[in-house]
Design a protein. Structure first.
Length: 495
């Protein structure tokens, strides 16, 4: 059944329709892969029994001619999405044992369309991190290894690293993620897969454990641009339960893909050429520009002058919102409870034991910038700069249809490599944070390998609500790059 785990979603849907295999067979192949790669620690909770029940129901629907858009496709769900009857932890001790009585809107829509859930994937605690090393349940390991023979375990990126590692290892056919400052795009780059963060408001946040409410946005990982387009359609749409959900039509993105980029203008922001950026990242970017030209696009230089303020702005706004959102974890309503001498002591003891170091760091930063005397100096000023960053994008889009940039400033690094320097860790999001602050759609597509044989991605950033252009440019890059490399551990298993 190895070949069943190497298909795209589009191929699998065709195979199921043609009765080349059943949803049960497809699901069993991925359950076997999940067991084979358990050492990657990609899953916090595995749900093989539920998956097989869903697969059997899928086969029955298909036999009646009632198959949904994703019927029988085995997916991994980031453990930030509430799933009815299945533990949801946000990779935190404080939520260990929490079993929701409802599904998030996104997972409910995926299940409505017939998707099969293999399990809940690990993440940085409460989605705070770029490496998947802050989880209470241990590090996730990237299935890729450097080609220099060092054999060091590498990070899969974060926060959605469990999802990206699972997909790269061919454990699942697609995986949900959330992107607050790059938490889909950066791990997609590190793991050699495709990942898209849609426009803020495109996918409902209801039932998704909150980190920073004005930034969090559900998205999807796939093996191809077409796959992400298929799955994103199922996830998207207005939700009256989410006040930030947009009431906009959901296009058939996959049906509109194909063709070249003739008539399009692709912008190259000069501010994304950072000091000290590795030569191989610059070289890949230039290659991406050449591919876009070959596909018929016109290349234009644009400026995003406030880019240099994006990271400090993000690390004021995101912790501020986190400190507010995480106030609900008090040991009273749900999750961990550590009894104290009185109510205040119970609050403090529960939070001290339940939260990890990175979460505590961001809560303290956020509480500080929201405190009396500092609110105007930090938080209000950051919101003003955020508006300027959005205006930069709006001005750039007067000259072009989409932007092309690197996804991350490096390939995947070793676990523990940047642990002693939080600032260095935060710099991993330098290319992804601006689009998050502006609420714009962004996608990472695998485009090449580093000198160490690790995946590198290119990022496409589009106008608000114009995921179609992002997907079209992404597919043009995908065709030109023809990225087919796999982690060595996967090719050995397949052999």
């Amino acid at each position: 059944m190895t070949e069943l785990t190497h298909m795209t979603v589009a191929q699998a849907l065709k195979g199921l329709e043609n009765k080349d295999f059943s949803a049960v067979e497809l699901t069993q192949a991925h359950i076997d892969a999940m067991a084979n790669y358990r050492h990657l620690n990609a899953f916090i909770v595995e749900t093989p029994d539920l998956a097989m029940d869903q697969a059997k129901a899928s086969d029955e629907r298909r036999a009646k001619g009632e198959a949904g858009a994703l019927d029988g496709i085995p997916l991994a769900i980031k453990d930030l999405f509430c799933t009815k009857g299945v533990q949801t932890t946000a990779s935190s001790k404080i939520l260990e044992g929490f079993v929701p009585r409802y599904d998030s809107t996104v997972t409910a829509r995926l299940f409505r369309d017939g998707a099969v859930m293999l399990g809940k994937t690990a993440l940085d605690e409460f989605a705070m991190g770029s490496s998947n090393t802050t989880s209470y349940f241990g590090n996730v390991i990237n299935p890729w290894k450097r080609s220099d023979g060092s054999n060091a375990d590498l990070v899969p990126g974060g926060s959605s690293g469990g999802s990206s590692a699972a997909l790269a290892a061919r454990i699942c056919m697609g995986a949900t993620g959330t992107d607050t400052g790059g938490s889909i795009r950066q791990p997609a780059s590190f793991c050699g897969i495709t990942g898209i963060k849609p426009t803020y408001g495109r996918c409902s946040r209801w039932g998704v454990v909150a980190f920073a409410s004005s930034l969090d946005q559900p998205g999807i990982f796939g093996r191809s641009v077409e796959d992400t387009a298929i799955m994103l359609k199922s996830m998207s749409g207005f939700d009256p339960k989410d006040s930030t959900s947009a009431d906009r039509d959901v296009p058939d993105w996959a049906g509109q893909l194909g063709g070249d980029l003739k008539g399009m203008k692709i912008g190259i922001p000069k501010e994304y050429r950072m000091d000290g950026m590795p030569e191989e990242i610059e070289k890949l970017w230039q290659q991406g520009i050449a591919w876009a030209k070959e596909s018929g696009a016109e290349i234009v230089d644009v400026s995003l002058p406030h880019t240099k303020y994006a990271l400090p702005t993000y690390y004021i706004i995101a912790p501020a919102e986190a400190s507010s959102n995480l106030a609900r974890y008090d040991g009273v309503r749900y999750g961990l409870r550590v009894e104290g001498q009185d109510l205040t002591d119970t609050y403090e003891s529960t939070r001290a034991e339940g939260f990890g170091d990175e979460v505590k760091r961001r809560i303290m930063i956020g509480t500080y910038v929201l405190s009396a005397g500092y609110y105007d100096a930090y938080y209000i000023k950051a919101q003003k700069v955020r508006r300027l960053i959005l205006q930069d994008f709006e001005k750039a889009y007067e000259q072009c249809d989409a932007l092309l940039t690197p996804t991350a400033p490096s390939a995947a690094f070793a676990i523990g490599e940047n642990e002693d320097d939080p600032i260095k860790m935060y710099l991993n999001d330098v290319f992804t944070v601006p689009a998050s602050l502006a609420g714009l759609p962004g996608m990472s597509v695998p485009a090449g390998l580093s000198a160490d044989g690790l995946p590198l991605g290119l990022q496409i950033i589009g106008k608000a609500w114009d995921e179609l252009t992002v997907l079209k440019v992404g597919q043009a890059i995908e065709r030109a790059a023809n990225f087919s490399a796999l982690p060595e551990m996967v090719t050995k298993k397949a052999a």
